[in-house]
Design a protein around this ligand. Structure first.
Ligand code: 5GP
Ligand code: ZN
Length: 112
């Protein structure tokens, strides 16, 4: 299967890894949209939220608990934004589910 994030997870493509455990990897985004912008990616290839199965929910729980820990590590105490882009109109460009964490600038709603 040809998937950019699977290749990153398998270390076939280099990336700036900020965190890794048995379930997820977190990498700095190659095209950051904020001073802090990293991606949390489950190691299991799941295309998007639409393909999430009940047995995958543990990854989401894992990520939900990890985000505040990484936010603290990156000194995002003033706040941050978590984004999941799902499907074409949602702006998803890599078809392997991931969560963006952006911080260190004021977020606008929408856009920004
Ligand atoms: P999406 O648009 O699917 O929600 O987010 C994909 C993200 O992956 C984008 O923010 C894009 O900048 C990032 N990205 C694309 N290619 C690479 C890459 O090779 N390395 C890293 N670290 N990020 C990438
Ligand atoms: Zn993948």
């Amino acid at each position: 299967m040809d998937c950019l994030f699977c290749s990153i997870i398998n270390k076939e493509i280099p990336s700036d890894i900020i965190y890794e455990d048995e379930f997820v990897i977190a990498i700095n985004d190659i095209n950051p949209q904020a001073p802090v912008h990293f991606l949390i990616i489950p190691k299991k290839h799941i295309k998007s939220l639409n393909q999430l199965e009940d047995s995958d929910l543990r990854f989401i729980t894992h990520i939900a608990k990890l985000i505040p820990k990484l936010a603290k590590e990156f000194d995002l105490n003033e706040g941050y934004r978590v984004v999941n882009n799902c499907g074409d109109l949602g702006g998803q460009t890599v078809d392997h589910i991931h969560f963006h964490v952006l911080g260190k600038r004021q977020m606008l709603w929408p856009p920004g």
